[in-house]
Design a protein around this ligand. Structure first.
Ligand code: C2E
Ligand code: MG
Ligand code: MG
Ligand code: MG
Length: 277
């Protein structure tokens, strides 16, 4: 490498950039391969009823266990997949796989799938969802699609049509990470959401703490807002009993978080569902 660079000993800044770029290219190559070779895996995290802690559905969360790099989280590879267009193949795989898993669960359970903003830019996702529901023989109401505000900001016309279609079909729609975007309220008003997922940054600050502003008033306000709009609420990132109890007192519909259950591989999901039914 030094030779190609002309034999200089000091590593110039542009060389580091070059390394980063090559590393990135390699990561993209590996990602493409993992998507093609079934190297991705879905984990499932329970979403439970607030009072009983009974799971009602499970959020599908992507995992990439790379043979050489080890575990890589979705926060790293989803942006890469979005930049390269791989998100469409990956997103389609997630939808089909989640529906395949759902068809193996008792009928009272549902599954929630995250959609990338890019997936709401084409009709591709519509065909994928319809095909998956038909292939696996599923009632549409057992599927929830989670979208973030950023998905609605760009290409709002397309998103309106797609979400409208999903809603008409009886598929449930959840606004993910509520409260972290720019104009959540406008989107809640404009799109046919069924569920509002309160971002975990608010749940984390329930009760406040040293130099931490108590989020109780804002979370209470979100609950009232949701009730007025006829939406169910899922509190994300519930990690303690205290948080679960506070949210119960606020009449929050559902809880999700490490306190209720971590994301688990398919085998564990199947065991858990066998146990609770
Ligand atoms: P998200 O949809 O908001 O998913 C919730 C994230 O919070 C998950 O992180 C989950 O593991 C984590 N989490 C759950 N409970 C707790 C808790 O009690 N404490 C803490 N600290 N974290 C908790 P994960 O699996 O790393 O996923 C991160 C994000 O990646 C997701 O956020 C979602 O936006 C995206 N993502 C995951 N799977 C997919 C996918 O299949 N497609 C797309 N487009 N995005 C995905
Ligand atoms: Mg989500
Ligand atoms: Mg979320
Ligand atoms: Mg999130």
């Amino acid at each position: 490498e030094a030779k190609r660079r002309g034999g200089h000993c000091a590593v110039p800044y542009y060389h580091q950039l070059d390394l980063a770029a090559r590393e990135r290219r390699q990561l993209i190559t590996d990602l493409r391969q993992a998507i093609n070779d079934k190297g991705m895996e879905l984990y499932f995290q329970p979403i439970v009823m607030t009072g009983s802690h009974q799971p009602t559905h499970f959020e599908a969360l992507l995992r990439w266990n790379n043979p050489t790099r080890g575990f890589i989280g979705p926060d790293v590879f989803i942006p890469l997949a979005e930049e390269t267009g791989l998100i469409h193949a990956l997103g389609n795989w997630v939808i089909d796989q989640a529906c395949a898993v759902l068809s193996r669960l008792p009928a009272e359970y549902g599954v929630a799938v995250n959609l990338s903003p890019h997936q709401l830019k084409t009709d591709d996702v519509l065909h994928t969802v319809e095909t998956a529901l038909a292939t696996h023989g599923l009632a549409p109401s057992r599927l929830t699609l989670e979208v973030t505000e950023s998905a609605l900001m760009h290409n709002a016309d397309k998103a309106t049509r797609l979400l409208g279609h999903f809603h008409q079909r009886g598929i449930r729609l959840a606004m993910d990470d509520f409260g972290t975007g720019y104009s959540s309220l406008a989107y809640l008003d404009q799109f046919p959401f069924d569920i509002l997922k309160v971002d975990r940054s608010f749940i984390k600050r329930l009760g406040g703490g040293d130099n931490v502003k108590d989020s109780t008033p804002i979370v209470e306000t979100i609950m009232v807002l949701a009730r007025q709009l006829g939406l169910d609420v899922i509190a994300e990132g519930v990690e303690t009993r205290q948080q679960a109890e506070t949210l119960h007192a606020m009449d929050c519909t559902f809880l999700q978080g490490y306190y209720l259950g971590r994301p688990t591989p398919l085998s564990t999901l199947m065991e858990n569902c066998a146990r609770v039914t």
